[in-house]
Design a protein around this ligand. Structure first.
Ligand SMILES: [Zn+2]
Length: 125
């Protein structure tokens, strides 16, 4: 099994509704995002997927989040824009976008601070 990891980041604001703590107030994070992609076998050029392509697809997804107030985005109007849900949002978007390349994400981790991150792993395939 091979695994690629690409890290990127975006800055955004959010507030968690009905949470009952400091995070109910508007505040921001510089989220660091790690995307893991796995494959049993290598494709062209002895690679799982060209890093350049993987990075481009990740940047397209993060572009929609960067410098946004996440609570205003359609995906987070009902659902809390927690790091857990952000990780799943990125996972689902990438799962769609990477389909033409024949690979799927394995895990996405959204780090909201140096020491705290949330991951989403896809279900059974
Ligand atoms: Zn927060």
């Amino acid at each position: 099994m091979y695994e690629l990891v690409v890290t990127s980041q975006f800055a955004a604001a959010h507030n968690l509704r009905n949470y009952g703590g400091k995070c109910e107030s508007l505040h921001g994070h510089n989220w660091r995002v790690e995307v893991f992609v796995r494959a049993d076998a290598l494709g062209k050029g002895g690679m799982v997927l060209d890093f350049r392509i993987l990075r481009e697809e990740i940047e397209k997804v993060l572009e929609a989040l960067d410098h946004q107030y996440l609570n205003d985005l359609p995906s987070f109007r009902q659902e809390e824009p927690s790091s857990e849900n952000i990780a799943r949002y990125i996972y689902d978007a990438l799962d769609e976008q990477l389909r033409p390349y024949g690979v799927r994400p394995h895990k996405v981790t959204a780090w909201e601070s140096e020491g705290a991150g949330a991951s989403y792993l896809g279900g059974e395939r």
